[in-house]
Ligand binder design. Structure first.
Ligand code: BES
Ligand code: MN
Ligand code: MN
Length: 460
């Protein structure tokens, strides 16, 4: 009975949060090699936890990169099967100085749990572990067959997961995939995510001399690589219109379907409030597009970081010989990451001035965009569960972030994915002071507990 499961969740909440804090203390940063043992440790911690809550076939599956953790509830023939996906790796926590409390020392302040990974995605995957534990201990067993797939490389683009998925497609066969790694529109505006943008990334390197030079002796004679880099970046995105200037970039982009335009226009949103919440003097983006369309339905070009020259204490009058930028492009349906990267390379080569050598290094973490089905029985069941727990029917949203493996789920498992996230827009993902709203965690557990019961009942 769901009521018993809900009661268990309430009674055990402190213990479950204490366990989540143990996981949050492990700095499982997938992007940094020196943290590989921590990623491994997080995987092993999860495997122990899965066994403790009664899952079977629990395994830490090694890959050429970080491991995948697998497990399943005792499988009962005739019941629907749900594949739950989450990731236990996190983004680097820097800049450290801007955290109120250290990123790997989880701390609760005013109903929020602060830590790197609190919302993205350890806290959200823990919602599912809490629910499975509760069904196991207080509900007479899980009402559906659950298979768990927890990966340690989402934040670096899931390079090892597609082959694993293909190799194990039979074992991982399911009726629906359930992912909690997105956010809702607001605590009182529940939503289900129906679209994610795709992504592709590269590094641009500009060199103008063989070595650093005295800026007085040689400034004026040799080009400045940081200046050239800035010019190239402007050549990639128009500073006034916000339009990407890479030839062909928009060719595959189709206009947003009318039902989505309507859905976005009916989504509560206030530009001024958003600017204020983000501390931006004004919002900026592609001219002629609403903010929600710019986030969920239009592609972008972003500079993630620039390095070069001297920016330390005091002054150093140097004419540096090299500048680098890491950039990422967010993609929408029908844009191909490979084609976009090829177009970007061609454009940069064409724009490179004779006084600089420009090279582009593609980073291996691209993924296409996904736009999900919005009419399947499991989504209806999720609507009912959300409505009951949040007291309000969910809206559908298009989000700007990417979860690389989702496109592959559709392709390999050929089953729909339900993006049921319980984060909030102000969770500070990938930024200092990432947090998880504990009220959302609690509602998340009640929603998922109910959803699993609804899925079982729909089949019975
Ligand atoms: N959980 C996020 C993606 C997300 C966040 C989607 C909020 C919707 C709302 C995920 O962990 C993430 O950050 N993905 C990366 C993928 C990249 C590193 C290949 C991203 O989107 O930058
Ligand atoms: Mn995530
Ligand atoms: Mn992330």
């Amino acid at each position: 009975m769901v009521k018993d499961v809900w009661r268990y969740l309430r009674a055990e909440r402190a213990n479950q949060l204490a366990a989540l804090c143990e996981l949050l203390r492990i700095p499982s940063i997938s992007a940094q090699r020196e943290h590989a043992p921590d990623v491994q440790r997080a995987a092993e911690w999860l495997a122990l936890r899965l066994r403790a809550i009664g899952l079977e076939e629990v395994a830490v599956q090694p890959t050429a990169g970080h491991p995948v953790v697998l497990g399943q509830t005792p499988q009962q023939p005739g019941r629907p099967t749900v594949l739950i996906y989450g990731h236990y790796d996190v983004q680097p926590p820097d800049p450290l100085a801007l955290w109120t409390t250290p990123p790997f020392e989880p701390t609760v302040r005013r109903g929020r749990l602060y830590a790197r990974g609190a919302a993205d995605d350890k806290g959200q995957l823990f919602i599912h572990l809490a629910v499975l534990e509760a069904w196991q201990r207080a509900g007479g067993g899980c009402p559906v067959n659950v298979k768990l797939l927890l990966e340690g490389e989402e934040e670096i683009g899931s390079p090892q997961l597609p082959p694993l998925l293909r190799a194990r497609a039979r074992e991982l066969a399911c009726d629906v995939v359930l992912v909690s790694d997105t956010h809702m529109l607001g605590p009182r505006t529940p939503s289900i995510t129906a679209g994610l943008r795709g992504i592709c990334c590269c590094e641009i390197v500009v060199r103008t001399a063989a070595r650093d030079l005295h800026s007085g002796n040689w400034g004026g004679a040799v080009a400045n690589p940081l200046q050239v880099l800035a010019e190239l970046l402007v050549a990639c995105k128009d500073p006034r219109s916000g339009k990407v200037r890479i030839p062909g970039f928009y060719d595959a982009v189709k206009p947003l379907p009318a039902h989505w335009r309507r859905a976005l226009s009916e989504t509560p949103h206030d530009d001024a409030a958003l600017a204020k919440a983000l501390g931006a003097p004004a919002l900026f983006g592609e001219r002629g597009q609403s903010t929600l369309a710019r986030i969920g339905a239009r592609p972008t070009f972003e500079v993630n970081g620039v390095v070069g020259g001297y920016a330390g204490e005091g002054i150093k009058t140097v004419l540096p010989c090299e500048a680098r930028a890491k950039v990422s492009l967010r993609l929408v349906p029908d844009q191909s990451p490979t084609q976009v990267l090829a177009a970007l390379k061609r454009h940069l080569a064409a724009c490179a001035p004779p006084h600089a050598r420009v090279s582009v290094r593609v980073l291996e973490n691209s993924a296409p965009a996904v736009r999900l089905d919005t009419d399947f029985p499991e989504l209806e069941a999720a609507r009912r569960a959300i409505t009951r727990v949040f007291g309000r029917a969910p809206l559908l949203s298009l989000e700007g972030g990417s979860v690389p493996i989702v496109a592959e789920f559709e392709r390999t498992l050929k089953r729909p994915t339900l993006l049921l996230g319980f984060g909030l827009p102000d969770d500070n993902l990938h930024a200092p002071n990432e947090k998880l709203d504990l009220a959302m965690f609690e509602r998340g557990t009640r929603t998922v507990a109910l959803l699993l019961a609804e899925l079982a009942a729909a089949r019975a």
